[in-house]
Design a binder for this molecule. Structure first.
Ligand code: PMV
Length: 327
């Protein structure tokens, strides 16, 4: 195969991952559970270059800066080593959503890249193997290989063999809706990779965060299988606020929220406490991801708009895993 195009969607963790048990192999210190999104996507086209000895990397139609390009070239090296093929590639990738603003562009980015590279290098990887190799690019990318509700196992083996993602339920099994409330589009100041390392080294709450995660995963998995919305909501809110407590108590502090983020949390909690089916989660950025049942999203958006809390938002369903498409 000389050319391939793949599609992947970002995902949002309901039980969060923050911290690594092995930095080199990018192994997470905690497992995580996420939902893969529908309409937001990364599209990546990979072509073999003839007579070239360097990969060309293009992001959203512009040649990538050297730092970004080097990261991708190093990632492609893994596939060159695995296949023993010294070919160089043109990789053109684009997102239909803002990059690096807490919308998990690295998850869909590395998932699409892992799938495309495994096709180009004819590695015939199954979904579990793809998930492991996507993880080497970005931890959350391991989850975007699958659609619906997905668990990433942290594993215990030093090799990382047992660290991969698996689907819990499909999107159709439990079709929730997500409202992504954009509060600020500027790229985040501290990357997840750097932030996690600092939290691990300095937050006094880091160890209890890691210890409490196994129970969150057990309860969340059961709640998803039983489609128990309010337990999913309770664990999701807890996991998000625990992760942000670790972030905020890192030295120097990692505060990804702005005043709108906080005001939206207050409103969502108010509705949740009145037993409206709604909950929120937030990643390493200021956007708030709000979950509800299909058909209930209008009431939430109206409420937030009336209070001037959102300018821009997306309403998104739960989506599928990675795919290869015909150009
Ligand atoms: O793997 P990364 O670098 O995309 O880190 C993901 C970290 C969070 O988005 C904050 C949490 C998560 O589990 O997705």
């Amino acid at each position: 195969m000389d050319k391939v195009t793949t599609l992947a969607h970002p995902n949002i963790a309901l039980v969060k991952y923050w911290g690594k048990r092995d930095e080199q192999l990018n192994l997470p210190a905690v497992g995580s559970i996420s939902v893969t999104l529908d309409e937001l996507q990364t599209r990546t086209t990979i072509e073999k270059l003839i007579g070239k000895c360097q990969d060309e990397i293009i992001f959203n139609d512009v040649i990538a800066d050297e730092k970004e390009a080097e990261k991708i070239r190093k990632y492609i090296d893994l596939f060159r080593e695995k296949s023993n093929e010294k070919i160089y590639l043109k990789v053109a990738t684009s997102n239909n959503f803002p990059t690096s603003a807490g919308l998990a562009s690295s998850a869909s980015g590395f998932a699409a890249l892992a799938k495309g590279l495994s096709e180009i290098f004819e590695l015939k990887l199954n979904a579990q193997e793809l998930s492991r190799i996507a993880r080497l690019g970005s931890g959350s990318a391991a989850r975007s290989i699958f659609g619906g509700y997905v668990q990433l196992h942290k594993g215990i083996l030093p090799s990382g063999e047992d660290c991969f993602a698996e689907q819990i339920l499909t999107a159709d099994d439990f079709p929730l809706k997500t409202i992504i409330a954009i509060t600020d589009k500027t790229p985040k100041k501290v990357s997840s990779r750097k932030g996690m390392k600092e939290s691990q080294q300095t937050s006094p709450y880091y160890n209890s965060w890691v210890e409490s995660s196994d129970n969150d995963l057990l309860v969340m998995k059961k709640a998803i299988i039983e489609k128990d919305f309010f337990t999913i909501a309770e664990i999701s809110i807890q996991s998000c606020l625990k992760m942000h407590s670790v972030m905020m108590t890192t030295q120097p502090p990692l505060i990804y929220w702005n005043s709108k983020t906080f005001a939206i949390i207050e409103q969502v909690l108010k509705m949740y406490n009145e037993k409206f089916p709604v909950f929120f989660t937030i990643d390493a950025g200021p956007q708030v991801k709000i979950f509800t049942f299909e058909g209930e999203e209008k009431k939430i958006i109206e409420n937030l708009k009336n209070l001037n809390l959102i300018d821009e938002h997306f309403v998104i369903g739960i989506g599928k895993g990675i795919e290869t498409i015909e150009d």
